[in-house]
Ligand binder design. Structure first.
Ligand code: M6R
Length: 609
């Protein structure tokens, strides 16, 4: 995720900005850059890759100033590259900016600037338009120019700007992207996140939406949308740097569990138009292509594979096309039936998982059309695919994947709906029903997260168990696998998932007094069958934690505890059903004193075979 740091003081801006950027490294980034006003010109240096790459090109002592802005970039528009990195300058670098967020109408602005002002764009980013806009409006007053530029922009942004002609100040503005101003003595800071500032300041102003702020070394002045000065209370930061990175959460995993409503919202809204049609902008799949596919192959690893299990059922149901699914490490070695009429969907949070990448290459070699569902923009999987459907989960730091999974599910639904509508295999009423339930998910996940304490209580009760089963039918079966993986990878409990109807073919032999079983019963049309399955295991003495939709109370008669998820149509329930399982796994691991964010033997991205 992009990070912004700006410093205004008497000297040594470079060191402060770089230090602040390093404090934001944990969030993930693909390039970094810095801009400093030096001797009447703005000097910009930027480099793809880690901050240490940038440090190599800014080492000279004369490359320094009293003011500076810096940025770590998480690519959205345009691949990670030196030229796409921030800061961006206008034509003569009399203005430089750094930007977090997305300028939705950047194409429009770009065309206008090229047509009317002959602007020469260097990068593929949306952000560069901001520098040129400010440059065009600049007439000796940076604040005024920023305000005029902002009036032309739609979207979400936190922007910091500097002008060569006013080398003693930074002007910053925000809308739907965070910004904080750090209050120093004889210096001030601006940043996207508190951790960037904590080494130097403990007192900050939290900048609010549509506010503009002017920082000089002795002053921070905040203006509201109408241009009036605003008095802001000082916010005293009491967390240490480590806690601040986690925004007060004890672990990244918990933070990321709570970020799911946002990730789901972002992933949905970027693909749904005002008229409720789904846009696959940037994905070159035509109606003829979709009608020409005779098979879909979903391939992934771990949690991403579990998203694929749901995706298989959803795409088959909606697009009426056979979907095969495989774990990447198997697919690549078994000469799969894949040809030029196959749509290969690779799912990967990191986009760097070696097995998934190798499977993708194998499918490509056989002529398949490659569509990847990826979180990290510009990653290897994304680069090697014909098309990419990005999830908008933001950087996932905890090894245990949570928000990537739920956003991957959202992509599966959007793809299924798009393909089904294009092929005419779903009717309009069904399309709109599913879409309405998808759009309701961010609020429903938020409501479900309020049950965290109750679920934590259940986790405390059972955290000493050494064996846990997860069962479900239909879409719940896929979620069971994910619940089981979450628990085992962070708590080291031996957990096992199985389709509930399959229990009686062997696994029920393991059911005995007090065996703990999570029974997912969120599929209305399979509800009674699940209740029967629960009765069968209860008869063997098992302890059962049911997960059911609100209002489906029959399960209370057989389960020992029931966690209710908000009501929804069966299709979208996996996004909700997995949340209690994530929270349960988290609190069990916490009770057991495990290293939650970095479980033993595991890496976030498995780039080896
Ligand atoms: O980055 P990817 O989505 O390709 O990673 C795939 C798996 O390694 C990953 O999902 C793994 O299973 C997680 N630790 C699960 O929480």
């Amino acid at each position: 995720m992009c990070g912004i740091v700006g410093y205004v003081g008497k000297s040594h801006a470079k060191e402060k900005v770089i230090d602040g950027l390093k404090r934001l490294e944990y969030r993930g980034y693909d390039s970094a850059g810095i801009a400093l006003p030096i001797d009447g010109r703005i000097q910009i240096r930027k480099h793809v890759g880690e901050i240490k790459n940038l440090e190599k090109i800014i080492g000279a002592p004369e490359f320094d100033s009293a003011v500076g802005i810096g940025h770590t970039r998480w690519a959205t528009h345009g691949a990670p590259s030196d030229v796409n990195s921030h800061p961006h300058g206008n034509g003569d670098n009399s203005i430089a900016i750094v930007h977090n967020g997305i300028i939705e109408n950047y194409q429009e602005i770009k065309e206008w600037l090229i047509r009317d002002y002959g602007v020469n764009f260097k990068s593929e980013t949306d952000s560069e338009v901001i520098a040129h806009l400010i440059g065009i409006f600049y007439d000796g007053d940076l604040l005024e120019a920023v305000n005029k530029a902002v009036a032309e922009m739609r979207g979400a942004y936190a922007v910091c700007a500097i002008a060569a002609a006013e080398p003693d100040k930074i002007v910053a503005v925000r809308k739907d992207a965070p910004l904080v101003a750090g209050i120093g003595k004889g210096f001030n800071f601006i940043a996207s996140d508190i951790p960037a500032l904590l080494k130097y300041v403990r007192q900050v102003y939290l900048i609010e939406n549509n506010e503009t702020v002017v920082l000089t070394k002795d002053d921070i002045v905040i203006y509201n949308e109408e241009g009036r000065k605003v008095k802001r209370d000082v916010f005293n930061v009491t967390w240490d740097a480590d806690a601040a990175e986690k925004e007060g959460y004890e672990h990244f995993m918990l933070k990321e569990i709570h970020e799911q409503p946002k990730g789901i919202f972002e992933t949905l809204t970027r693909r749904i138009n005002d008229d409720d049609s789904i846009n696959l902008d940037g994905i070159s799949m035509t109606k003829e292509d979709i009608e020409g596919f005779n098979k879909v192959y979903i391939v992934a690893c771990g949690t991403a594979y579990h998203a694929g299990l749901v995706g298989k059922l959803v795409i088959e149901k909606m697009a009426k096309i056979p979907v095969e699914i495989d774990v990447a490490s198997e697919f690549r070695y078994r000469d799969p039936f894949v040809d030029e009429n196959t749509l290969f969907i690779g799912i990967s949070q990191s986009g760097e998982t070696l097995d998934t990448l190798a499977a993708l290459r194998e499918a490509k070699r056989k002529g398949a059309r490659i569509l990847s569902v990826v979180n990290v923009v510009g990653s290897s999987v994304a680069r090697e695919s014909d098309d990419v459907f990005y999830t908008w989960a933001g950087p996932e730091i905890a090894v245990a994947s949570t928000k990537a999974y739920t956003t991957q599910l959202v992509c599966m639904y959007l793809l299924g709906l798009y393909m089904g509508r294009t092929k005419g295999t779903i009717d309009e009423a069904y399309y709109h029903k599913v879409l309405a339930d998808l759009k309701a998910l961010p609020d429903k996940v938020t409501a479900l997260l309020k049950k965290e304490d109750d679920i934590a209580e259940i986790a405390r009760k059972y955290h000493r168990r050494e064996q846990v089963f997860f069962i479900g039918r239909g879409l719940d079966s896929g979620v069971s696998y994910e619940g089981s993986l979450k628990l085992k990878e962070i708590s080291y409990i031996n957990s096992f998932a199985i389709a509930a109807g399959e229990l009686k073919h062997g696994t029920i032999a393991l059911m005995e007094e007090e065996t703990l079983v999570f029974a997912l019963a969120t599929q209305d049309f399979l509800y009674e069958k699940m209740v029967s399955n629960v009765e069968e295991i209860k008869a063997r003495g098992a302890r059962v934690i049911g997960v059911a939709k609100e209002g489906r109370t029959e399960i209370e008669k057989v389960a020992d505890e029931v966690i209710y998820i908000p009501d929804c149509i069966d299709e979208v329930s996996p996004v909700l059903a997995v949340i209690p399982l994530q929270i349960f796994a988290y609190y069990v691991a916490r009770e057991r004193g495990c290293n939650i964010d970095k479980p033993k033997n595991l890496a976030k991205s498995v780039t080896v075979e």
